[in-house]
Design a protein around this ligand. Sequence first.
Ligand code: LMR
Length: 398
Amino acid sequence: MFFDHLELAPADPILGLTDTFKADTNPNKINLGVGVYQNENAVTPVLKCVKEAEKILLETEQSKSYLPISGLPEYGRFTRELIFGKDSPLVDDGRAVTCHTPGGTGAIRIAADFLYQQHVTQRVWISDPTWGNHFQIVEAAGLKTERYPYYDRVNHSLAFERMLDTLEQASEGDAVILHGCCHNPTGIDPTPEQWDELAAFLAKKKLLPIVDFAYQGFGNGLEEDAYGLRKIVELNSEVIICSSFSKNFGMYNERVGALTCVGANKEAGTKALSQIKLAIRCAISNPPAHGEKVIITVLSNPELRKMWEDELAEMRERMHRMRLLLADKLKEKDAGDFDFITKQNGMFSFSGLSKEQVETLRAGYGIYIVGSGRICVAGINDNNIEYLANAIANVVSH
Ligand code: LMR
């Protein structure tokens, strides 16, 4: 028998939680697990700009034939405009090359495959804590991983000195994954001054920065959120960027992400692109088309682009408001000092709740939070905040 020896694998700590949530019959249940936006009615809507673009595509699309291995050139160009800024020379000068990947996860996997297969690096440093999937993706590609401290649990802040002290031990040629903004799971990002220092540090140590940039626009704005990435690119001649439109376009299930590789010059970019295309051909042959065509349609049409930026701002502002509301309500319920939540960025809040408290919230209240204590603030709304704050207050006082 071939499969007899198989053990049952544990459910995914994030996506598995959604399955358990769906099966829960508690009428008060709240999903604060997976990083998916929900509006005030706890619904994950299709953005209006996306619907409009889909109508256009329905009318105009002529063929479902394969896309190029790297995706459509316009998609790569729009991706570079967003991440580097419209006026950056990297948009068009050929040093930076972009391929469509299935989501940000696909970008990280293809990047890791490329780095391993082409012997670019052997070791990747990853923040502790980080998005649960980073370690397994990088290791599945064959690379070794190391951890660097990121979060100061006592002060609920960035452990910047410890982070740099640990990265001091990295060897020339190692790679480092950094979260470009809205760090997952802590919601704590470096300040602009810290980004400046970090970018210079990476260049001095000759480490390869891999920027995981999945939440552009969810922190402080499209341009503001790119500060760290742009500083890294300014001071480092070679950089990998794994970006995603899953969150900022709400196109989670269309798997729209991108891998951008910045080489030292145009020739290096061209060679890197040829090798990344080989990695893509081996993994998925060529990318899915619908999502990237929607992105191109929205970003090339001034009216739809404006609609997108407005909808993005609405999501960002709602999440920010819910973050403030949660901290306020917890104070009102005497649950302790949760003010630190208001200083975190983006979709996630690192609550400091223990594994046991998270389990009690699930079993006793139907409130679903990732085991690390990470709360997706987008799941909070004016209707469930009272129930949520009461439950957390009960759990922390026991
Ligand atoms: C998350 O962190 O919840 C999201 O990025 C979804 C995922 O794939 O884990």
